[in-house]
Design a protein around this ligand. Structure first.
Ligand SMILES: Nc1ncnc2c1ncn2[C@@H]1O[C@H](COP(=O)(O)OP(=O)(O)OP(=O)(O)O)[C@@H](O)[C@H]1O
Length: 252
């Protein structure tokens, strides 16, 4: 379980999070939506201890990353997979080595076991074994995203954080990535947090959806609740309208 409790985070004058509270239950996929620059990435960086809150705290798997020793923080990070917007693969390394890298770093498996795990992970994201020897530059954007997911999944994470996983992909490839995220939840029981601007993806993968607005959660609810919301800010966002119904105009 991941709990954000009254999180505050500012960068100088820029008060990004202003009392952000949200509970992500075991086994669910929570989608976080919100206008660009509202602090969605800032919020999830607190989960892995990449940012320190000014106020409030985050509890991940029963612990606050801020209170952990460096060693315990590494152990916690081992339970969390982070799939970045731009797959963030190492260009000079083969797909095999990209996926194997985290496992080698962990130092718990033999090279033969790593080989099995890499193939299993590539299979889980529907990538053929013959991509293993290729370089990232030889793959399409969608395939690179899949490798990014395979690399995280290889470490058997309890939690998976996806930062804009479908940005820049065509609708069909996006749907493939959505299906993979659902598979990770259903087949592997992974608890997920997905940051996205893609409402179709949000409706497909989300157990629940939370909208971040002005540093707080404006609304959190099931897909159905969000689709039928009467909250004017959430409605404006999900319908992609430039103005609020009240005629108040753009707020950002
Ligand atoms: N390390 C940092 N130092 C200073 N400002 C930062 C830092 N990280 C984020 N910010 C600022 O915090 C704000 C929120 O950024 P964040 O990346 O979380 O937005 P986001 O909601 O994920 O946006 P997008 O949807 O565009 O990715 C932005 O104004 C950004 O410039």
């Amino acid at each position: 379980m991941i709990v954000f409790e009254n999180l505050h985070k500012a960068f100088g004058e820029n008060r990004v999070l202003r009392g952000f509270s949200l509970e992500v239950n075991e086994g669910e996929t929570m989608v976080i939506i919100g206008f660009s620059g509202t602090g969605k990435s800032v919020a999830i960086k607190h989960i892995v201890g990449l940012l320190e809150p000014d106020e409030g705290r985050v509890i991940v798997d029963g612990v606050d990353p801020q209170t952990l020793s460096r060693q315990d923080l590494y152990a916690l990070r081992g339970k969390i997979g982070y799939v970045f917007q731009f797959a963030a693969l190492f260009d000079s390394m083969s797909i095999y080595d990209n996926v194997a890298m985290g496992l080698r770093k962990q130092g718990q498996l033999t090279e033969a076991q790593i080989k099995d795990r890499v193939h299993e992970s590539l299979g889980l994201v529907d990538l053929d074994d013959n991509v293993a020897d290729r370089l990232p530059s030889e793959l399409s954007g969608g395939m690179r995203k899949r490798v990014g997911i395979a690399r995280s999944v290889a470490l058997r994470p309890k939690y998976l954080l996806y930062d804009e996983p479908t940005t820049g992909l065509d609708p069909v490839t996006s749907a493939v990535i959505d299906a993979l995220m659902v598979r990770m939840q259903k087949q592997l029981g992974v608890t997920g947090i997905v940051i996205t601007h893609d409402m179709r993806s949000a409706y497909t993968v989300g157990t629940r959806i939370a909208m971040l607005y002005e540093g707080r959660v404006q609304q959190v609810g099931t897909v159905d609740e969000i689709q039928h919301t009467t909250d004017p800010v959430v409605r404006q966002f999900i319908e992609g309208r430039p103005e609020l119904e009240s005629g108040a105009g753009l707020t950002r």
